[in-house]
Design a protein around this ligand. Sequence first.
Ligand code: MN
Length: 185
Amino acid sequence: MNSLNKNIAKNLKELRKTADWSLDKAALQTGVSKAMLGQIEREESSPTVSTLWKIATGFRVPFSKLLEKTAKNPLNTLGEEGHWRSVGGLEVNSIFPYDPEIRCEFFILKLYPGYRHISPPHETGVVEHILVIEGTLEVLQNGAWIAISTGQGTRFAADTEHGYRNPTKQEVVFHNVIHYPAKDK
Ligand code: MN
């Protein structure tokens, strides 16, 4: 098992401990089975991006909280490549992990030809900013698929079902900046 799975296992255990949730409670809150959560914690499974999103949403934490070694994120640092998580045609690379000051996390994603990824709603008030670097991406927002080509972007409320798909024959590379709302309002 790789170091990414190790980070995920550690972070999940930490999240459960902080929330004081049993595996049963965590399964109920995330919609991920107790057996799968246990396997992830024991590093016996490489969870899919969809599963990781369910866990992050259930615990109400940013996605990168599950991937990262540390949450430390000072300004004036170079974003690093190297945390690609590839499952089902979608690769996710956390460039700047979640920063509690600006409440953002910054990803580069790659979607292979013919693949699509549907994301369950994030917590209320979450906004995604998509910028396409290479290729043409289709984004599902407000029930409609919208094509976005290289150099174009879209921003949408991500607290309803949304998704990304690549109907073309070339891989699509895009940035996603996810902004989380302030908690105490
Ligand atoms: Mn999303």
